[in-house]
Design a binder for this molecule. Structure first.
Ligand code: FEO
Length: 170
């Protein structure tokens, strides 16, 4: 049986992953409306990934004897001024998620809940990967600056990234 505090904290995380999925979806739409197909595909894929992160937590809560709550979704931001701004926002969002995952890991440790502690290690590794990916994208955007041709290539690169297989966690 899950400790009530852990169940509440995991349900909070379900809500955050649901919001992240909605935010990526809004970003995908923005990129698509600007004609950046590759970036849009990449962001649609990110949105799918976040939904999977949400579902993995969701199933875990119920499997562990808790009660998973389907979250309401707050409205994501839908307007962005530039690609660097959009990707900065993503990195901040991912850093925020990492912080919350770390808090969850600490909580599971405090409550001596080894199963949840073990379960959360997947998220720790995933966040490390995501933060690294978005730092590298922001580095590329710094180099690109206002170069339209380079931005075109950047969009193509993200299309390739979107085509990579995603590991299904559920
Ligand atoms: Fe599931 Fe990118 O946080």
């Amino acid at each position: 049986m899950l400790h009530k505090d852990i169940e509440t904290a995991l349900n909070k995380q379900i809500e955050r992953e649901g919001f992240a999925s909605a935010q990526y979806l809004a970003m995908a739409s923005w990129a698509e409306s600007k004609g950046f197909e590759g970036t849009a595909q990449f962001l649609y894929r990110q949105s799918d990934e976040e939904r999977m992160h949400m579902l993995k937590l969701f199933h875990y809560v119920n499997d562990a004897g808790g009660y998973a709550v389907s979250p309401g979704v707050a409205s994501p931001r839908i307007e962005f001024s530039s690609f660097p701004e959009l990707f900065e926002l993503i990195l901040e969002q991912e850093k925020g998620v990492s912080e919350k995952i770390n808090e969850l890991v600490e909580l599971s440790f405090d409550k001596k809940d080894h199963t949840t502690h073990n379960f959360l290690q997947w998220y720790v590794a995933e966040q490390l990967e995501e933060e690294a990916l978005f730092r590298s994208i922001l580095d590329k955007l710094k180099i690109i600056g206002d170069n339209g041709g380079a931005l075109y290539m950047f969009d193509k690169d993200l299309q390739k990234e979107a085509g990579k297989n995603i590991e299904s966690p559920i």
